[in-house]
Design a binder for this molecule. Structure first.
Ligand code: FMN
Length: 341
């Protein structure tokens, strides 16, 4: 089997993808030129940057305040407000989605980043109407209140997932954080709520402190392959437990074809990348694809799906390694400078 003959096609959220490599949400996928370059370099699908609930809420508050102020000053002033149509964050998002969808020949997945249930879920229907092939719902929450218990957080998230899944006319994948206390049980409930896929995991950006000014700094560090361990572990543990019809995507720490092969080997249907593409440019997709093809051919796999199908062997043989048994062994495997003496 030559590397070029390896079949990379895969099914993700019921969509047939030419490659398991997906560009996860980032400014690259939201820009028409870099979206075209990603598609040209062989990406399997694009996830657009998120439409954030906070942006929509802030805009609504600002608009209401402006209308109120205007109404008090002079009713005629209403006529001078700029037309609302075409100007809102959501409208701009939908227009960009339509443009990108028309510019590339691969599935385009819209991303919604929300925490609360309600009118917000109508955007799930709107992005589908605007041409999104699927929706990725990013549930990004920091449970900072001492009065909100884990069960409250989970039931609020599940309500949101169910709400969005009901409203969307296309498949919904849910991008989760790794911080739920009982991940397997929670993902089971997310699937029960209607999710067709899980995207594991959301990467949290930790603020830093500038010790000179005592300011809080929000600095975005790109990932390294070390971070792949977390999605690998959970995909390995979850794959045998979730129905085959539910897609699993690995995100965080995929930088090479070998990283992608590891994710497929533990049961991922798709492998997402952002940091690597931001660092090295959209054309890096072709390099990662070539590395994946070379690895598959070198190990006598005819297709990505075949490696993906080897999951039961990988997880059965090394099942314990992904669970607690690994903890003690890992600690004891450390051979530092002292150990080598
Ligand atoms: C600059 C930047 C912008 C991002 N924007 C979004 C976003 O809008 N929505 C989202 O769900 N994830 C967003 N992400 C997270 C990525 O989609 C991805 O999950 C994360 O970077 C981990 O993957 P990586 O290790 O390949 O970078 C962003 C990441 C970066 C670096």
């Amino acid at each position: 089997m030559t590397a070029t003959a390896v079949d990379l096609t895969i099914t993700y959220l019921g969509l047939s993808l030419r490659s398991p490599l997906i560009a996860s949400a980032s400014p690259l996928t939201g820009d028409i030129e870099s979206a075209r370059r990603l598609a040209g370099a062989g990406i399997g699908a694009l996830v657009l940057p998120s439409l954030f609930e906070e942006e929509i809420v802030a805009e609504e508050i600002g608009l209401a305040a402006a209308l109120e102020a205007g109404a008090e000053d002079s009713p005629e002033a209403h006529g001078f407000f700029p037309p609302i149509e075409g100007a809102t964050v959501a409208d701009r998002y939908l227009a960009n989605l339509e443009r990108i969808k028309a510019a590339v020949d691969v599935p385009v997945i819209a991303s919604l980043n929300a925490t609360s249930v309600g009118a917000w879920s109508r955007y799930a229907a709107l992005v589908a109407d605007a041409g999104a092939d699927a929706v990725e719902l990013n549930v990004y929450r920091v449970a900072a209140s001492p009065y909100v218990a884990g069960t409250d957080v989970e039931s609020a998230d599940l309500e949101l997932v169910a709400d969005v899944c009901r409203a969307a006319t296309v498949p919904v994948a849910v991008k989760l954080s790794p911080y739920y206390s009982a991940m397997a049980s929670f993902t089971h409930q997310v699937i029960q709520a209607g999710a067709r896929g899980l995207v594991l995991f959301n990467r949290f950006y930790q603020p830093d402190i500038d010790l000179e000014t005592m300011d809080v700094e929000c600095r975005l560090e790109l990932s390294t392959s070390v971070e792949l361990g977390l999605p690998l572990r959970w995909i390995a543990m979850l794959r045998p437990q979730v129905p085959e019809t539910v897609s699993l995507a690995a995100t965080s720490g995929v930088h090479t074809g070998e990283d992608a092969a590891k994710a497929l080997a533990v049961g991922a249907d798709a492998v997402m990348m952002t940091s690597e593409l931001l660092r090295r440019g959209p054309e890096r997709v072709a390099g990662v694809e070539a590395e994946l093809r070379a690895w598959l051919a070198g190990h006598e796999y005819e297709s990505a799906a075949q490696l993906r199908g080897s999951v039961s062997r990988v997880t059965a043989e090394a099942g314990e390694a992904f669970e607690r048994a690994n903890y003690m062994a890992t600690l004891r495997s450390w051979v530092g400078a002292a150990g080598r003496r």
